[in-house]
Design a protein around this ligand. Structure first.
Ligand SMILES: [Fe+2]
Length: 257
């Protein structure tokens, strides 16, 4: 698995609080089958002191990669971020402040305000996508406006927005039902851990097992390996999971890279 959303950098956000916690979480990720990851610390007002610009994220990622190597943890890192969307997003991108990752023109992982809908969101995202990066929206299943209307993002996806669901959302309950609904709409491109600690890595594994049971191993492979690789390396086409995925249980091995 290539994990495109996790909070592994030590001491910068609400993820790993220190290096020991980062190493513990990295070991859990490798044991769960993750061999490559884009670290995505929150890029927000509350992390601006620790991560003021793109270079600070790159430096922190290089430092952590060195520590992983010294600890014999086989996890390859890329530098990214989970960028909180504000009206200044485009200016911050133009100024080179946002951690773009992947094959040119690069990709940005974004998150939206949770309890307040941005009226100009379609215009903002269309403008951002026009000047370059692929835009990957983190955990749409968590936003109230998507919960109220699972079709709310269809037009934006049609315009080029990519959607990343969180693996643990598939476990059970209303969020699992919504995630499955989004998947069946054919608008989901990536599933990632959004891991903040080893417990959320375990939740990811449970979620992927459930996803495997409803959508099959080829869909899990598409969303956790093939599409992430397409974004990172330009390998192959990027395509959403198809709404007609088979529903019978199929075998998929977690814990292998
Ligand atoms: Fe996150």
């Amino acid at each position: 698995m290539i994990d495109l959303h996790l909070h592994l950098l030590p001491g910068v956000d609400d993820g790993a609080p220190d290096l020991a916690a980062s190493l513990q979480m990295a070991r859990a990720l490798v044991a769960a089958g993750v061999h490559r990851a884009v670290v995505t610390p929150h890029i927000d007002d509350w992390t601006a002191a620790a991560l003021p610009d793109r270079e600070s994220v790159y430096r922190a990622t290089i430092d952590l990669q060195r520590s992983l190597r010294e600890s014999a943890i086989d996890l390859r890192l890329e530098a990214g971020g989970e960028c909180y969307v504000t009206p200044e997003l485009i200016d911050r991108h133009r100024a080179g402040l946002l951690p773009v990752w992947g094959v040119p023109p690069g990709a940005l992982l974004i998150e939206l305000p949770h309890h307040q809908r941005i009226v100009q969101l379609p215009v903002l995202l269309a403008s951002l996508m026009r000047i370059g990066p692929r835009v990957l929206l983190a955990h749409p299943e968590r936003y109230p406006f998507v919960q109220a209307d699972p079709a709310a993002l269809d037009d934006l996806v049609e315009a080029g927005l990519l959607l990343q669901l969180t693996a643990s959302s598939f476990r059970s309950g209303a969020q699992a039902a919504l995630s499955e609904q989004l998947l069946r709409r054919g608008i989901v491109h990536v599933v990632a851990s959004d891991a903040h600690n080893p417990q959320s890595v375990a939740a990811m594994v449970n979620g992927l097992e459930r996803l495997n049971s409803i959508a099959g191993a080829s869909t899990v492979q598409l969303l956790t390996q093939e599409n992430p690789a397409a974004l990172l390396d330009g390998t192959g086409p990027l395509r959403p999971a198809q709404p007609d995925f088979r529903t019978r249980r199929s075998w998929f091995s977690f814990g292998r890279s």
